[in-house]
Design a binder for this molecule. Structure first.
Ligand SMILES: Nc1ncnc2c1ncn2[C@@H]1O[C@H](COP(=O)(O)OP(=O)(O)O)[C@@H](O)[C@H]1O
Ligand SMILES: C=C(OP(=O)(O)O)C(=O)O
Ligand SMILES: [Mn+2]
Length: 532
C-alpha cells in the first residue's frame, strides 16, 4: 500500500525496493508532524515544533562512514581520508537492509540538493522515521508539487536506524554504518538516528560531483548585503565555528547556513533549511534562530523541556551538547528567496581556536588564504562527533575533512582560481578563545565577532592601520570602532604574556608540521610562507 504523490514511473518498486509496509510519498510538513506524533517518535512542542530525541547517537559517526571502492571512483577518491568499503560487502549490506525493511512503513521525500537548477541533484530520501522525512524536507529544497509527477531520482538515500550492521558481513566497523556508493548512486545509513547524517551525506555527494563540473563545493554559510547579491560573503568553518550563528545577521540577507557551491555564475545554497545548535541559545544574541524553536514543524532534536510548561531548557545538555533545531530558511525573516548569491566579495575563514592564540580577525593574502584553507585549523566542539567531550584542536582540511571525498588540492585549486578571478578579500576570524586557552580564557563574545565582521564586510577595514602578526605573518587591525583595542591583540588579553608566547610557538609548530603534507603541490607563494 502507498499514499501520496509520486512519479508513477519511479515508485520504490521500480528501483527494486519491494515488500514494505505502507509507503508515504512526499507528505508535507503537517502530515509528517502528525505521523511522527502518532508513531510515538516525538512530542509537539511550543508553537507546533516537534521535539525528538535520538538515543545513543547524538552526533555524527565519522568512523562508521565508508565510500564503496568501485573502479569508477578508484582514482578520484582521497582514500587517506575516506574509508573504503568493498563493493561485494556493500551489495550484501543492501540486500540485508532491504530484507530488514520488509513489512515496515517508510517515508519517501523527493527533493533537490542545490538551488541552482544547472547544478542541482535530484535526491530521493527513504526514511524509517517520519521525523527524518520532515528533517530532510526542511533541509533540502522542495520541488513544486507538479514537478513531483516527473521527478526522477538520481541518487537515493535509505536511512533505517533500526537496522544494525554486522561488521563481519558488511565490511564495516560497528552496528552503525553510512555507506556511499557513487556507482550505484545509493547511500545506506543504518544504526543511527542522528539527523545530521542525512544532510551531511548529501553534502558529501555534492562535494564529489560538483568539482567535476568546475564548481567549488564549500562547507560554509553565506549571506549578502540587502538588495545587493553582488556583495556576497561566505563563512567557511568546521562544525561549531559559527557558520550558522554569524550568517543569521539581521542586517544582511541569509543565503544559507552550511553548504554552498560557487559556480561561474556565483554562489548557491545546496540546501533550503538550517540546522542550528541550540545549546545556550540566547534570545538576545541570536533572536532570529531562537524564534524558530517555537515555530510550526521545526525539528527540535535532543533538547530537554519542562513537562508542565513545555519550555525548552537551553542550558540542559544532559542528552548532548550537540542539541539542535532544523527549520526551513524562510523561518529566518531576512532569508533569500532564491538562495542564490553573487561571487563572494569577502571570504571569511572561521576558526574556533581553543588555544586562545589567534586574533579575532586577520586579513589574509591569497597565499595565506590558501595556507589556512588547506590547514583548516580549528577545534572540534563537544558532541558533534562521537567521543568528543571538550574542544579538541584539529586540522580539518577545507574546514570540512569528514565531508571531502576528493583530495584537498582539488578544492584548494578551485578556490585559489576563483579568488584570483573575482578578487575576493579573505579574512581569518577566531570565534574560539580569548584571554587564555579553553578552561582559562573565555569564548570570544559573539557581539564583538559580529562588530568585526560588519566592519570587514562594509569596507571600513580596508584602510585602517594594521600590524603584522609576528607568529603567522597576517595583518591584524589595530583599532576597530566599538571593539576594545586589547581584544584585537590576543597576547595582551592573556595575564601571562610568556605563557601566550609559549602557546603561540607550539601552535606555529603544529601548523608547520601539519602543512608538510601539502607542501609539494601548492604554488610557490604558498610554499614561501614562513611562520614564527
Ligand atoms: N564569537 C562567537 N561567534 C560565533 N559563535 C559563537 C561565538 N561565541 C559563542 N558562540 C556559539 O558557538 C556556536 C557556534 O555554532 P554554529 O553557529 O552552529 O556553528 P556551525 O554552524 O559552524 O556549526 C553557537 O552555539 C554560538 O552560540
Ligand atoms: C550538522 C553538522 O554540521 P554543522 O555543525 O557544521 O552545522 C555536523 O557536523 O554534524
Ligand atoms: Mn551550522
Amino acid at each position: 500500500m502507498s499514499t501520496g504523490r509520486v512519479n508513477p514511473a519511479h515508485r520504490l518498486e521500480d528501483q527494486g525496493i519491494e515488500g514494505l509496509g505502507h509507503v508515504f510519498y512526499n507528505l508535507i510538513e503537517p502530515q509528517l508532524v502528525e505521523q511522527a506524533v502518532q508513531r510515538g517518535e516525538g512530542h509537539i512542542g511550543k508553537g507546533g515544533a516537534i521535539m525528538v530525541s535520538t538515543g545513543t547517537h547524538t552526533g555524527r559517526s565519522p568512523k562508521d562512514k565508508f565510500v564503496v571502492r568501485t573502479p569508477d571512483v578508484e582514482d578520484t577518491i582521497w582514500w587517506e581520508n575516506n574509508k573504503p568499503m568493498d563493493p561485494a560487502a556493500f551489495d550484501v549490506l543492501y540486500a540485508d537492509m532491504l530484507e530488514h525493511m520488509k513489512g515496515k512503513d517508510y517515508f519517501v521525500e523527493d527533493l533537490f540538493g542545490g538551488a541552482d537548477p544547472a547544478h542541482r541533484l535530484d535526491v530521493r530520501m527513504i526514511t524509517e522515521l517520519a521525523w527524518h522525512a520532515l528533517f530532510i524536507r526542511h533541509m533540502l529544497r522542495r520541488p513544486e508539487r507538479e514537478e513531483l509527477d516527473s521527478f526522477a531520482p538520481e541518487f537515493t538515500i535509505i536511512n533505517c536506524p533500526s537496522f544494525k550492521a554486522d561488521p563481519a558481513r558488511h565490511g564495516c566497523r560497528s552496528e552503525t554504518v553510512i555507506a556511499l556508493n557513487f556507482t550505484r548512486k545509493l547511500i545506506l545509513i543504518g544504526g543511527t538516528e542522528y539527523a545530521g547524517e542525512n544532510k551531511k551525506s548529501v553534502f558529501t555527494l555534492l562535494n564529489y560531483i560538483l568539482p567535476g563540473k568546475d564548481v567549488m563545493a564549500m562547507h560554509c554559510s553565506a549571506n549578502h548585503a540587502p538588495n545587493n547579491p553582488v556583495d556576497t560573503a561566505v563563512f567557511f568553518g568546521l562544525s561549531g565555528t559559527g557558520k550558522t550563528t554569524l550568517s543569521a545577521d539581521p542586517s544582511r540577507v541569509l543565503i544559507g547556513d552550511d553548504e554552498h557551491g560557487w559556480s561561474e555564475k556565483g554562489t548557491f545554497n545546496f540546501e533550503g533549511g538550517c540546522y542550528a545548535k541550540t545549546i545556550n541559545l540566547s534570545p538576545v544574541a541570536e533572536p532570529e534562530i531562537f524564534a524558530t524553536t517555537s515555530m510550526f514543524s521545526t525539528v527540535v532534536e535532543n533538547m530537554v523541556w519542562d513537562e508542565d510548561t513545555l519550555d525548552l531548557d537551553f542550558a540542559d545538555d544532559s542528552l548532548t551538547p550537540n542539541m539542535r533545531c532544523a527549520y526551513p530558511l524562510h523561518y529566518i525573516s531576512n532569508a533569500s528567496e532564491t538562495a542564490l548569491g553573487g561571487h563572494p566579495k569577502n571570504i571569511i575563514m572561521l576558526t574556533s581556536d581553543a588555544f586562545g592564540v589567534l586574533p579575532p580577525i586577520a586579513r589574509l593574502t591569497p597565499a595565506q588564504a590558501m595556507y589556512h584553507f588547506l590547514s583548516g585549523f580549528t577545534s572540534k566542539v563537544a558532541g558533534t562527533e562521537r567521543g568528543v567531550v571538550h574542544p579538541e584542536p584539529t586540522f580539518s582540511t577545507c574546514f570540512g575533512a569528514p565531508f571531502m571525498p576528493r583530495r584537498p588540492e582539488v578544492y584548494g585549486n578551485l578556490l585559489r582560481d576563483k579568488i584570483a578571478k573575482h578578487g575576493a578579500t579573505c579574512w581569518l576570524v577566531n570565534t574560539g578563545w580569548t584571554g587564555g586557552p579553553y578552561g582559562e580564557g573565555e569564548r570570544m563574545p559573539i557581539k564583538e565577532t559580529r562588530t568585526l565582521l560588519a566592519a570587514a564586510l562594509d569596507g571600513s577595514l580596508s584602510d585602517v592601520e594594521y600590524r603584522k602578526d609576528p607568529n603567522f605573518g597576517f595583518e591584524v587591525p589595530m583599532h576597530v570602532q566599538d571593539v576594545p583595542d586589547v581584544l584585537l591583540d590576543p597576547r595582551r588579553t592573556w595575564n601571562d604574556h610568556a605563557a601566550y608566547d609559549e602557546q603561540a610557538t607550539k601552535l606555529v609548530k603544529m601548523f608547520a608540521e601539519n602543512f608538510e603534507q601539502y607542501i609539494d603541490f601548492v604554488d610557490d607563494d604558498v610554499k614561501a610562507i614562513k611562520l614564527g
